[in-house]
Unconditional design. Structure first.
Length: 181
């Protein structure tokens, strides 16, 4: 008997209470990444809707989005674009400010990472308030690329990030939801 995808992922994701501050339930995917079966199932499921489609680039947000996005890019024979915190990329960049729960930050990507009209899928481990993902959407659109979808292993629906992206016209795909945060 095989367990459902959601059961497999839930069992592989560690919850750490009161991290990074009291009242937060941190959803840690490092245990999922270390579980070969769960990692493979998550990547396969993220890839599935676009298998056989022409996807030019996968954009992954620092840092867990690099791991998942790299695996998805490989499976789809697409290029990979790292979206990083300000000051981490060595070549000419484009930058956008984005909201965090506790303030503002900036992210950037190389100016030549995507071209106008390219089809891009945004990948990260988790969608919470959506501030980081919204910033990444703005950055990619600023360069003229088309965002096909934003994909996440985990959705924290109580925090409204999915709705924020959908309001921008972005198709959102998540694999497992956790109530509470």
């Amino acid at each position: 008997m095989t367990s459902s995808l959601e059961d497999t992922l839930r069992a592989a994701i560690r919850t750490i209470p009161d991290y990074p501050r009291p009242g937060i339930l941190f959803r840690d995917i490092t245990t999922l990444l270390g579980n070969a079966r769960a990692f493979r199932r998550a990547v396969d499921e993220l890839v599935h809707p676009w298998a056989g489609s022409k996807i030019d680039k996968i954009a992954g947000m620092e840092a867990r989005g690099f791991i998942l996005g790299g695996a998805v890019a490989h499976q789809l024979s697409a290029g990979f674009v790292p979206i990083r915190k300000k000051g981490k990329l060595p070549h000419e960049t484009v930058r956008v400010a984005y909201s965090l729960e506790y303030g503002l930050d900036e992210m950037e990507m190389h100016r030549d990472a995507v071209a106008p009209g390219e089809k891009v899928i945004l990948v990260d481990d988790l969608i919470a308030t959506g501030g980081t993902a919204e910033g990444a959407v703005k950055l990619i659109r600023q360069m003229g690329a088309e965002i096909v979808s934003a994909c996440f292993v985990i959705d924290l629906p109580d925090l409204g990030g999915r709705a924020k992206l959908e309001a921008l016209g972005i198709s959102v795909r998540t694999l497992v939801s956790f109530e509470g945060h």
